[in-house]
Write a protein that binds this ligand. Structure first.
Ligand code: GLC
Length: 685
């Protein structure tokens, strides 16, 4: 091997008398000697160090400034090549191992639960929640004043019924401006302020969205009446005369769903009040407008929507008569919803495409971490539960996160343990696999359970809601056991109640009972609140129940905390165990955890239940929580589990056996995962 000429600058590092073993191979030492002689001739007496100072050479800096050829020579030597290659392959191996590890972790990680799964949803009816300006009607500032209440109850998701600008014929469900706040409830600043405060405290705001109709005062409807473009076809118009509607369709609130408009000389469709004309979703402009409104509120930061009355969104364009339930009934007497089969007005083809398009819109805003936007649909499908389940859609085409489950509202009809199991099972057996269940026992449209089943069962029902798998919805006041208020017929406010006093929704909308003081702490108005306060408010109120361990409120609070902290309760298996006239019994367990729960809900009379015929149950069960404080800490053998009338029992046990493995047909799980106690993690199993 020969070396090429070493320049003056190159020679700076090759100093006299310095011996480098790297040059020993292949007679290169001789070549170097030659070069050294040349270098010697050219060598300066001093060199420049890295700081630019002149200094004498005292020591070699190995390889620094070494010419490429020399470096190549060194680098091919085994003592350099080997470590280099070892290091290289080590890095490759580590990188591959890291990639494999990441893939394994991703593949083994179970899905995290989202905020709408971990917290109950709490429904605020804003007229009745808290009045901040003493006008007798609740408002947004009032809600803001009470955020502490949600935090106390461990509730993170708040659905607020409509507060849009509205003539209030249906108390906000008749919207005059979808982008404005009604002055009764406050201003847009109040809304922004409320949302900021909620987010600051980790709370999520779900708005009501009312797509099916607007108010007749909406500028779109007024323009449509005058056939002004582009609004002419924003609503569903049909030829008719003042006394003869286009067909036999009836409104949910009773009577014909058509009203003649003398200005336009046609009838318009309204599936609710005549002041709530149906929007025409076959018109692409209307679809665009409604999607833009959704984006408007998403841009503001709202966390989700409760989609109102969705099954009504489309109706058949042919406008044929709907078949009567009783064909022998004189057609002119058919004036209520339940007297027709709604083949042409409910759940029409195309409805799900509209909802899925809204889901896509919501998803655009969900990408930011922790900002998932939620969608729940409202549709009462009664015995056609498959229609309700359609709103869950599929894993590939998503729609609502869940459709409201209204089936427990039927609990009062034949209240018993068997009835409860039947209704819970109805949902669990029909729900598509892997979807998330939910439970509703009250809302602003339905009588409170306290009044329909009796207040003695309210604690047990709350316990059932908070220990079943899935998301419970709590209608304001359920957490303290509020009851329906009596309203004299002449005082009815609800338009539905005015048509049919027996169906009035006012009783379940009475003001929230905060304290034992003036207007139950709801309003400082000395003379008036929009609906009367229930006269039980001196005992049934938040203040009186706070801190009282045995109160409905404190029991709710404990259970809602437990629901979040106990894996078995918030994401474990649910298995039906037993039901009879008195009790409904189910089990909650988590793969990988030895601790499980047996829930006994008494919806009948005091009973001692013998569960010894159920295989796989542990012998001894300890009371973790009872709605009767004296029973706290007791133990029962599975052959004799005693419950009082209306008692809810959460029994805990420890077992190495999994119940669901031997009772597969009566067990359900949504987000299957196993717990690994050594690492305290969950993994997909
Ligand atoms: C929904 C609401 C109800 C309202 C109706 C019309 O069902 O829950 O209160 O009257 O829609 O918007």
């Amino acid at each position: 091997m020969s070396l090429t000429r070493v320049s003056r600058s190159d020679s700076l590092e090759l100093q006299e008398g310095v011996y480098n073993t790297a040059f020993e191979e292949d007679g290169s030492r001789a070549a170097l000697d030659e070069t050294d002689a040349q270098v010697e001739a050219d060598r300066p007496s001093a060199s420049v160090n890295v700081d630019g100072e002149l200094s004498s050479y005292t020591q070699i800096k190995p390889y620094a400034g070494m010419p490429k050829e020399v470096l190549l020579l060194y680098s091919s030597q085994a003592r350099y090549r080997l470590p280099r290659e070892i290091l290289f392959w080590l890095i490759v191996a580590c990188t591959l191992a890291l990639i494999a590890l990441s893939i394994t972790v991703i593949a083994l990680s179970p899905r995290c639960l989202s905020w709408w799964q971990t917290s109950p949803v709490y429904q605020v009816y804003p007229r009745s929640f808290k009045d901040s300006n003493n006008d007798g009607i609740g408002d947004l500032k009032g809600i803001k004043e009470k955020l502490e209440h949600f935090l106390y109850l461990n509730i993170k998701a708040i659905w607020i019924s409509p507060f849009y600008k509205s003539p209030m014929r249906d108390f906000g469900y008749d919207v005059e401006d979808f982008r404005d706040i009604d002055p009764i409830f406050g201003t847009m600043e109040d809304f922004d302020d409320l949302l900021i405060s909620m987010h600051d405290q980790g709370l999520k705001l779900i708005m009501d969205f009312i797509p099916n109709h607007s108010s007749d005062k909406h500028v779109w409807f007024q323009s449509s009446r005058r056939r002004e473009e582009p609004y002419t076809d924003y609503y569903v118009w049909a030829n008719c005369t003042a006394d003869k509607p286009p067909n036999n369709w009836v409104s949910v609130f009773g009577n014909s769903s058509w009203t003649y408009d003398p200005l336009r000389g046609q009838c318009y469709l309204h599936q609710f009040l005549k002041e709530q004309p149906d929007l025409n979703f076959r018109n692409p402009h209307v679809r665009r407008e409604m999607t833009d409104i959704i984006s408007f509120w998403l841009d503001k930061g709202v966390d989700g929507f409760r989609m109102d009355a969705v099954k009504h969104i489309l109706e058949a364009a042919h406008l044929r008569n709907e078949p009567q339930v009783d064909p022998s009934q004189p057609p002119e007497l058919v004036d209520t919803e339940f007297e027709l089969y709604h083949d042409y007005t409910y759940t029409q083809v195309g409805l799900h495409d509209i909802l899925r398009a809204w889901r896509v819109e919501l998803d655009k805003y969900s990408r930011e971490a922790g900002r998932y936007r939620f969608m729940v649909t409202e549709s009462y499908d009664y015995e056609e539960i498959d229609k309700t389940m359609m709103y869950y859609s599929t894993d590939f085409v998503r729609e609502s996160d869940f459709p409201f489950n209204f089936y427990l509202l039927d609990l009062p009809q034949g209240l018993s343990g068997v009835r409860a199991q039947e209704l819970v099972s109805l949902w669990m057996t029909n729900m598509p696999q892997g979807k998330w269940p939910n439970w509703v026992v009250g809302n602003h449209d339905k009588p409170r359970m306290t009044s329909s089943v009796g207040k003695e069962y309210v604690r047990a029902i709350n316990m059932m809601m908070l220990t079943l798998p899935g998301t419970p919805t709590t209608y304001y006041g359920e957490e303290i056991g509020m009851e329906n208020v009596h309203i004299d017929e002449e005082d009815i406010q609800d338009p539905f109640g005015k048509f049919n006093p027996n169906a009035t929704r006012d009783p379940q909308r009475s003001p929230m009972q905060w304290t034992g003081g003036l207007n139950a702490g709801f309003s400082g108005n000395n003379t008036w609140t929009w609906l009367p306060i229930h006269d039980n408010y001196t005992t049934v109120n938040v203040e009186a129940q706070t801190g009282d361990d045995g109160s409905i409120l404190e029991q709710y609070r404990r259970l809602s905390q437990l629901r979040e902290t106990e894996l078995a309760l918030h994401r474990g298996w649910m298995c039906f165990v037993w039901s009879d006239a008195d009790v409904f019994v189910y089990l909650r367990e988590q793969d990988g955890l030895n601790r499980g729960f047996l829930v006994v809900i008494n919806l009948g009379r005091a009973a001692t239940t013998d569960l010894s015929s159920v295989s796989g149950l542990p012998e001894q069960l300890r009371v973790h929580t009872s709605t009767i404080p004296e029973n706290q800490g007791r133990s029962y053998s599975r052959g004799a589990v005693a419950t009082a009338e209306g008692e809810g029992l959460l029994l805990e046990f420890s077992s190495n056996q999994r119940f669901h493995t031997s009772h597969a047909s009566s067990c359900y799980i949504s987000e299957k995962a196993c717990y690994l106690s050594v690492l305290d993690i969950m993994y997909r199993c």
